[in-house]
Design a binder for this molecule. Sequence first.
Ligand code: ATP
Ligand code: MG
Length: 419
Amino acid sequence: MSVRLSDAPWLVNASVRAVFEAIAVEGDAARVVGGAVRNALLGEPVGDIDIATTAEPVTVAARARAAGLKAIPTGIDHGTITVVSDGIPYEVTTLREDVETFGRHAVVRFSRDWAADAARRDFTMNALYVDPDGAIHDPTGVGHADCLARRVRFIGDPGARIAEDYLRILRFFRFHAHYGSGAIDEAGLSAVIAARDGLRKLSAERIGHEMLKILPAPHAVETVEAMAETGIIEIVAGGVMRLEDFAHLDHLTEFAPEARDAVLRLAALTCFVEEDVERLSDRLRLSNAQQKRMADALAASHGFSAVLDDLAVREKLYRLGHHTAIDAALLAWCRDEAGPEDQGWRRLVITLRNADMPAFPVAGRDLLALGMKPGPQVGEQLRAIEAHWISSGFTLSRTELLDGIGVEPGSPRGSGAGG
Ligand code: ATP
Ligand code: MG
């Protein structure tokens, strides 16, 4: 009567079988653990496959290599070997118990005890194991039921578990945002509040990584609200949170899937002026590309409104590019009163999505060919021609544009453009 996942493609394909066959020999066992099992039970897409085994890391590596698989000692100290089979990497981790923990760094002992391995994991739904034949093992006894009920609960005493590793505060919110249902677990929430100052011990990178995973989640709005009510978001991000705008952006997602993006969501939630972008990028150690994206979207957002005419919208598209223009429009929309049904905003976003990016048909060398001398005036003339072209609704051809300018050979003077 036990539930099985015996037909799950990720459990029966040749790639994962090769790993099991290599490792689970001579009295050792191997089971898939964590996210893959949880997601399979919830009907969510299964990503990386993590494997737990009784075999010690050196043995895992040796057996994998003997079977012709690649073995990379990713985190051999805490027991993880990455085994690559058919090009797919599997993190194979030896069962362990945390003997001592200091915030993030645990002294570990390898073990053969599945219950001890489960006990050191964070949430009951993350401590489920599945055998190569599909049988599910639930050492905490409540993980399976919690998973199906979408209940994100710490294993053991929440306060003690958080004190071992403050990252679990953010993981608590992250897993609730993705897989939770109903109210956030009370005991977890109280423990998180009591321990929140521990967040200050975490690196900016880790915090940023978790935040960016929370924001696009299905229950991000209520989760971020809970993080605000408990003072967590303040510690993480500082400054003023724009919860309503964030909720609004979330509501736009059905019409505009682009609004699901984590970086755009972060901008909506936390960035109102340029300084906010810098502060956030620093506090969450965002990449230069992420920072630039927020800054560009924010700067351009001020130019968008639901009443822009078509030509103005296409000019935005031309000047900003698809990506920034859509970011900026959604950011402006979420700051606006108009809801997801608003026809003006909808039309604007649809235009940005579908309009071809016009290509300016004139280049500097065209002006030089007409006899203009190289120099700054070439750029000026080009910009004037471009403005003329834009105001024609991007319709004037290269010949029409060049015919109109009347450059005299050897003279920087031009006329006709822009009129
Ligand atoms: P995702 O889909 O985000 O990868 P996941 O459950 O696989 O979800 P990982 O961060 O890949 O999450 O971790 C794999 C497993 O390792 C988790 O399911 C959990 O059992 C355990 N784990 C990871 N990080 C922690 C932590 N900080 N404290 C306790 N257990 C953890
Ligand atoms: Mg994982």
